[in-house]
Structure formats: structure tokens, C-alpha cells
Design a protein around this ligand. Structure first.
Ligand SMILES: Cc1cc2nc3c(=O)[nH]c(=O)nc-3n(C[C@H](O)[C@H](O)[C@H](O)COP(=O)(O)O)c2cc1C
Length: 431
């Protein structure tokens, strides 16, 4: 009882995440594509002594928006003749453009970095881009060239990815981490990479309550993060491998984080609470949807063409949308043969309803276009608790928070408490 009370009083700030001699606040803000985890958000995490992530998802589009480049327009123009063709296999990414867009995104972020923390890039391997190996290699190498502190490999983790970087001069100095959802996935990765003599610098263990794509099936509710992290921590200890374990998924309060840090994890990765931060890339109107959500509004479905289940708000505009596939502009989910499950579903509905003005596609979504337009409202399971982290304003909306406030709440709060921000306008309406 006394022990339990002592734990409640501990703070995340009593722990440190160690990378060699470097000591960090053990809080990582997870990568959220497409540009939901903006450079501004990652920079705040680094300034406050933790780890922030940018994402390289659809980086050519992110570059166009951030730096007024025209990669997407140029690609669309180049493949314009193919727009009405259901076969998208000719659409390839220009590797030079991909490298330049990555370099711009990473370089500008790293140049603005202040403080003792670090900035990593989240690389989702399921962005197969009709050329999985070469595009991933370019994405990772360009991020390293541009000075990123580290790379977190996620979604569709490929066992050979570290090998793609083995000749890069920063292969051993940059931090390389992986996201897994089971001890088995970690074992496979380590076995496959043994000959490289290069262990991951950290392992994010992502449980079933996370946002984005899940490393679980539709039976996700039968798993829990504490059990999986305990298995991973035990396995690494048995193998005498000193790799920091970062727990992720559903960690909502500082006390939640402390319970993982007490049980052998070196840090936590959090995201959902930051989706309503001022610095988060979601439009303000969408942030209000996240605040408003109840638990019943949050679903896990299989509309992502990647084949992985994904969690999202059930009023997500992407669900049921039958827009024309936009691979000439994007095409990030084209597999190595130029196929995408959305194209298949879209063509099926088109054949069934040839005269319809708008078609409905229920089983898959055009994820590139909808993520790009912030119309796929992916979120963590705890999104329904966001309304308890802030004030309701007189107009009925919820007050957004600063990333600093949320970060410090994780860092310093105790007793399962969430500290509310200072009211921003007039008097808050009592809920
Ligand atoms: C809106 C949103 C988008 C996400 N996008 C990605 C992504 O692009 N790549 C990835 O590896 N994880 C993604 N995630 C997962 C987070 O990085 C993180 O590991 C997880 O959500 C942590 O759990 P929490 O949200 O309960 O704090 C996303 C999460 C959210 C909430």
C-alpha cells in the first residue's frame, strides 16, 4: 500500500532516458504522418529535453507546403496521361526529388533545433511507393545526410532495413530504432540483423491502444501493453542486450508513464495528447472533433490499403469516400507492382455503378489523399479523454493547449492527475 503510494508520487522527471552519455527526459512524442507531428511539435519536445519526431510520410507534399516547392504538381503533370487508366504501375517516384524533399524537411527542422533533446524521423515502411527498397533507402539516407538525430522504423517493419544503410557514414553514429508490437517481431528483427553487428539503439513497443496503424489484428483488445513490454524487457535481459525499451500506446498521464518506467522501460512514446496541441498539424476544426469524441466514437477498422488495422474517429470523412485514386500526384501506397487495395475496391464499385455520379467505397480508403487533406482522423484509444485535459470555452469549443504544457504535465504530474492549462479567454464554462 505504502509502496503503491510512493509510486503515485514519483514523476517522469525522476527518470532519464540514456543514449550513451546523453541523458534525456524520457518522453518521446511519436511520429504522426502526414505532418500531424510537425517540425514545430518535434522542436518543442527537443527544446524541453525529450525526443520529438517528424514524419517523412508524403514528404514531397510536405515540402511543397513548407517550402513552396512543386514536387507534387510536377509529378502530376508528368503522369497526367495516366489519370483515367486503372493501371498505375508506371507511376514511379523520382528518387532525386524524394531526396531533395527529405533533405529540405529535415534540414530546416534540424537548423531550428534548440535545447538538449533530439529529433528523429518516423519512417513507415508500408509507404512502398512502387519501389519499396530504393525509395526507403533514399528516404533514410537523405534524412541522415540532412543531419537527423535518428530514424524510427515503423508500420510494416522490414527485417532488412538496417542493411540498406550499412554503407552510410552515419550508420553507427545516428540513433536507429524500431517499433514492434510483440517480442516475436523483435526476435526476428534481431536475428535477421545479427550479421550487421548493429543493434537498434532503442525499441518502441507499441501496444493496441495506439493511434495510426496497429501491429495487431481486429482482436487487438485481447492484448495489453504492460504484458508485452514486460516480455520484451525480460527477453532483452535474458539475452544480455542493453537496448532501451520505450513503451507506447494509451499512456495518458505522467503516472501511467511512471508505471512503465518503474517496470524496466527506459522511456515512453506518446502522441494522442499532443493531437490537440497548438503545434500539432491537424486543422483546428479537426482538433475539436478529437476533443468532442466519446469512447463509442473511436473505431478500429480495415479501410487502410496497407492491410493493417487502423484506429480513427468513426465520423472520419475518409470512410465511405469513393474519390478517384490520386496516384499520379501521390502513389505512396503503391506496392512493388503498382497495385493498391483502394484502386481494386474503387474499380470494383465503378464497374458496379458505371452511371453513378459519386460512388461509395466502404472497404478501403484512398489514404494518401485523405491523410494529405486531414480527412482521415486517426487517433489513439484515449482520445475520448482529451476533453478532460482542458477547459470548455463559452462558445462550447475546447481550449487548445501548448505542447509545452502537455509535455510538462507528463514530466511533472503525480497521482494520476492531469493539470489543466491556464484559461485562455474569458471564464471557462463549467462542464
Ligand atoms: C494522429 C496519429 C497519427 C499517427 N501516425 C503515426 C505514423 O505516421 N507512424 C507511426 O509509426 N505511428 C503513428 N502514430 C502512433 C504514435 O506515433 C504513437 O506511437 C502512439 O499513438 C502512442 O500512443 P498514444 O497515442 O496513446 O499516446 C500515430 C498516432 C496518432 C495519434
Amino acid at each position: 500500500m505504502l509502496q503503491g503510494r510512493k509510486n503515485l508520487m514519483k514523476r517522469v522527471n525522476d527518470f532519464r532516458l540514456k543514449f550513451g552519455k546523453k541523458e534525456l527526459v524520457p518522453i518521446m512524442i511519436g511520429g504522426m504522418g502526414v505532418d500531424i507531428s510537425t517540425a514545430e511539435l518535434a522542436l518543442e519536445a527537443a527544446r524541453l529535453g525529450g525526443v520529438g519526431h517528424i514524419s517523412d510520410a508524403m514528404v514531397t507534399d510536405v515540402s511543397d507546403r513548407r517550402f513552396d516547392t512543386s514536387f507534387v504538381k510536377d509529378k502530376t503533370r508528368f503522369y497526367k496521361h495516366n489519370i483515367d487508366n486503372s493501371d498505375k504501375s508506371i507511376i514511379k517516384f523520382d528518387l532525386g526529388h524524394l531526396a531533395e524533399a527529405t533533405r529540405r524537411h529535415v534540414e530546416a527542422t534540424m537548423e531550428a533545433k534548440k535545447g538538449e533533446g533530439m529529433i528523429f524521423v518516423n519512417c513507415m515502411e508500408k509507404l512502398t511507393m512502387n519501389g519499396p527498397r530504393e525509395t526507403l533507402q533514399v528516404r533514410m539516407a537523405s534524412a541522415l545526410d540532412a543531419g537527423i538525430d535518428g530514424i524510427t522504423l515503423s508500420a510494416g517493419l522490414h527485417l532488412g532495413s538496417f542493411g540498406l544503410l550499412a554503407d552510410h557514414p552515419r550508420f553507427r553514429d545516428a540513433k536507429l530504432g524500431i517499433i514492434v508490437s510483440s517480442v516475436r517481431a523483435l526476435q526476428l528483427f534481431l536475428r535477421k540483423n545479427a550479421k550487421l553487428d548493429r543493434l537498434p539503439d532503442y525499441v518502441v513497443v507499441e501496444g493496441p491502444l495506439a493511434g495510426g496503424h496497429l501491429g495487431f489484428g481486429l482482436d487487438w483488445a485481447e492484448y495489453d501493453l504492460a504484458t508485452i513490454t514486460a516480455e520484451v524487457v525480460r527477453y532483452l535481459k535474458t539475452e544480455q542486450l542493453d537496448i532501451p525499451v520505450i513503451a507506447a500506446g494509451g499512456i495518458f498521464t505522467g503516472s501511467d508513464a511512471v508505471s512503465f518506467l518503474e517496470s524496466g522501460c527506459a522511456g515512453v512514446q506518446v502522441a494522442t495528447r499532443f493531437t490537440v496541441a497548438n503545434e500539432c498539424g491537424l486543422p483546428d476544426k479537426v482538433k475539436q472533433e478529437y476533443f468532442k469524441a466519446s469512447e463509442a466514437d473511436i473505431v478500429v477498422n480495415t479501410i487502410s490499403p496497407t492491410g493493417y488495422p487502423m484506429r480513427m474517429l468513426k465520423n472520419t470523412p475518409a470512410i465511405g469516400s469513393g474519390i478517384r485514386p490520386n496516384c499520379e500526384a501521390y502513389g505512396y501506397l503503391l506496392d512493388g507492382n503498382g497495385g493498391c487495395a483502394y484502386i481494386t475496391s474503387y474499380n470494383r464499385e465503378l464497374a458496379l455503378h458505371p452511371r453513378a455520379k459519386d460512388i461509395v467505397v466502404m472497404d478501403k480508403a484512398c489514404l494518401c489523399t485523405h491523410m494529405r487533406n486531414f480527412n482521415c482522423w486517426t487517433c489513439g484509444h484515449t482520445t475520448y479523454r482529451l476533453k478532460d485535459t482542458t477547459h470548455r470555452l463559452p462558445d462550447g469549443s475546447y481550449q487548445q493547449l501548448s505542447a509545452e504544457h502537455i509535455f510538462k504535465d507528463y514530466q511533472f504530474s503525480t497521482d494520476q492527475k492531469v493539470v489543466l492549462p491556464a484559461p485562455s479567454m474569458a471564464e471557462p464554462v463549467l462542464a
